[in-house]
Design a protein around this ligand. Sequence first.
Ligand SMILES: [Zn+2]
Length: 293
Amino acid sequence: MSAAPLPALAPATEPLPPANPPPEMMIYALETGIVRRRAAFAYRGGSWFERRDSAVMTVLVGHPRGDLLIDTGFGRQINQQFRSNPLVLRMTTRYERFTAAADQLDAVGYSRKSLRAILLTHAHWDHVSGVPDFPGTPVWITADEHRHIAKGDFTMSIALTGARYEEYGFDEKPYFGFPQSRDVYGDGAIVIVPAPGHTPGSVIIFATLPSRKRYAFVGDLVWRIEGITLRKERPWLIRRLADVDQETLRSNLLRVIVIHERYPEITIIPAHDPSAYADIPRLPSELQRSSHY
Ligand SMILES: [Zn+2]
């Protein structure tokens, strides 16, 4: 149990990978709830007295070939689902639910027909709770994560009966130092890379907007951006409880730290860090139906 920071790495030198996002592409962040936490829980060296609530979010990525929802946040049934979580998680977790993503989207007139799939960073309870609110929408998942769900990992006890899983694989095409990648629509706008460690099938989703703004949705690779900017892993005990493979997680974390240092134009979004979503627009009060939105 060493207090040493993560090792320094040689900087990445490759140019930014090409991307041709369609002009209609959009991105919106939806808040679906919070989990009450302390900074000490979030990253090594954080204070036990500083309150740091975890955001529980959904991100809608609008693309003319089909929109994607990155994770679902808390859904309509979170209270019932939470009761099936293991005791230790229930004892240590206080949460507050906001309006479920499905209801937020309904309220602004979003057409479900535009939604191609739910794309999970990983399948933990606070990321999949809203899946049942989108019946019939495919849930894109890696084979490793799908197997992990079937095994009934202790933080995945929400039974997603009826979910329409669609497994996807990766090409042997390196992307930002990750050996494999999947370019969802072939235009470089949405690219997924495997980043296991927190769960066996965790992924990172890179999105490039027409404004050239880039995002990396890193799921629970870290819980706070400090995990990357201060190079701090989760506290040891939390890693032991929360991560299935600490060594692999660390190597993926180091890759993301390199990306952060080398490419300041990429905003890294840890799923639960509210500050990370600051420059992602929230849903407008009404989505225009004449165009794609
Ligand atoms: Zn999470």
